[in-house]
Design a binder for this molecule. Structure first.
Ligand code: CP3
Length: 356
């Protein structure tokens, strides 16, 4: 880690931060930065017809990925796709109920598992996603980093078991308790598919990849080690062997105290922090192991006001001693005001100048 505050990275700012450099001002992008809060996204989505068609039409998926880069000048673009494309490529039925969210065929026992395709058979279905990555690798501005992503096995399993989003991930916890062999085999299958999927994204041009474990917070004790830590470690180590030097961002949302040590235990180059994490605590306990990302409350992108700049500055200040990527603590919501996003970018980009 460099302690030279004025270091001007010769590489892209986001990759420099991921490599452990302190970048001033820190690079910024926002989770779900392409989405319904942008009128240009809604127009392209209408052209595609529905959300999944948008994900599987490379030219349109690339277009919505680029929209927030053009509008706000973020330091990173995240591939436009969804974590549920992997279950679909494994053979699950997937559709989106308007206004309600995703629906999938369920996994309730060994017979459902036996119907899934092998992990290495996912690529034909996912080929349009790799094509989106190739388009983006060509079209992105030189200073912008291209982020690929996948859901982490536990989070993906919660949707595959329940067939939908659930408040407490109850169905997955029940399958884990009642038929551990099936549950473990499912986690294994998703883990292998995720390695194959992220590897293909990297080969197509993704410069870093992020693992979204949105429901890691509902795993306790040994279950956290077994279903959040271990699969992340396995994915990161397999990617490290195939693609040395490509950094990985892990997002074990809701991990609380277990954010401490997560990077060391999994090999992640950066840990993304959710809104509940105290930045001063994370600066001491998490940032000492490498880059952190986060963690402004997405509510501030709706409400704006003086709290927006005050909170952003509090986070910038807390993480100023080491590598930091500015982001929200969770995805931006459809009711966010694009003007608040522009104010946030301005606040982050002018922050060190303000301090001097
Ligand atoms: O961040 C980005 O801009 C990249 C694209 C991206 C999407 N989903 C697009 C999307 C990413 C990285 C995701 C991740 C994702 N998808 C997660 C993990 C992160 C998180 O938010 O916790 C999860 C759990 C999903 C599954 C999913 N996809 C749900 C539960 C929903 C419905 C909820 C909603 O916001 O409507 C989706 C749909 C979805 N994925 C949308 C977008 C832009 C909205 C679809 C639309 O246009 O109607």
């Amino acid at each position: 880690m460099s302690d030279n505050a004025a270091a001007r990275p010769t590489v892209k700012p986001l990759l420099a931060a991921l490599a452990g450099e302190r970048v001033d001002p820190p690079p910024i992008w926002l989770m779900r930065q392409a989405g319904r809060y942008l009128p240009e996204y809604r127009a392209t989505r209408a052209k595609a017809g529905d959300f999944l068609s948008l994900c599987y039409t490379p030219e349109l998926a690339a277009e919505v990925t680029l929209q927030p880069i053009r509008r706000f000048g973020f330091d990173a673009a995240i591939l436009f796709a969804d974590i549920l494309l992997v279950p679909q490529a494994l053979g699950a039925d997937l559709w989106f109920e308007t206004g309600e969210g995703p629906r999938l065929s369920t996994i309730t026992g060994p017979a459902d598992l036996a119907r899934l395709r092998p992990a290495d058979a996912i690529h034909d279905r996912l080929a349009p996603v790799y094509e989106t990555v190739r388009i983006l690798a060509r079209e992105l501005p030189a200073n912008v980093t291209l982020i690929g992503f996948a859901g982490a096995p536990w989070t993906v399993a919660t949707y595959m078991v329940a067939g939908r989003g659930t408040p407490d991930q109850g169905p997955a916890h029940r399958l884990m308790a009642e038929d551990r062999a099936t549950f473990d085999a499912l986690i294994d299958r998703i883990t292998e598919a995720t390695i194959a999927y992220l590897s293909a994204q990297i080969e197509a041009g993704a410069e870093t990849v992020k693992l979204f474990d949105s429901w890691a917070g509902s795993l306790e004790g040994e279950d956290f080690d077994r279903y959040a830590l271990a699969p992340a470690r396995r994915i990161i180590s397999a990617l490290g062997e195939r693609h040395p030097g490509v950094p990985v961002i892990a997002f074990p949302r809701g991990a609380g105290a277990r954010y401490a040590g997560f990077a060391r235990a999994t090999g992640a180059d950066c840990v993304a922090l959710d809104t509940a994490v105290d930045p001063d605590w994370a600066a001491r306990e998490v940032q000492k192991d490498g880059c952190v990302q986060g963690n402004l409350d997405p509510r501030l992108m709706v409400e704006g006001g003086p709290a927006l700049e005050a909170e952003a500055r509090r986070i910038l200040e807390a993480f100023a001693g080491g590598p930091h990527i500015f982001n929200l603590g969770h995805g931006i919501t459809p009711d966010a005001d694009p003007d608040n996003v522009a104010r946030l970018v301005e606040t982050v980009r002018t922050w060190s100048a303000d301090r001097r």
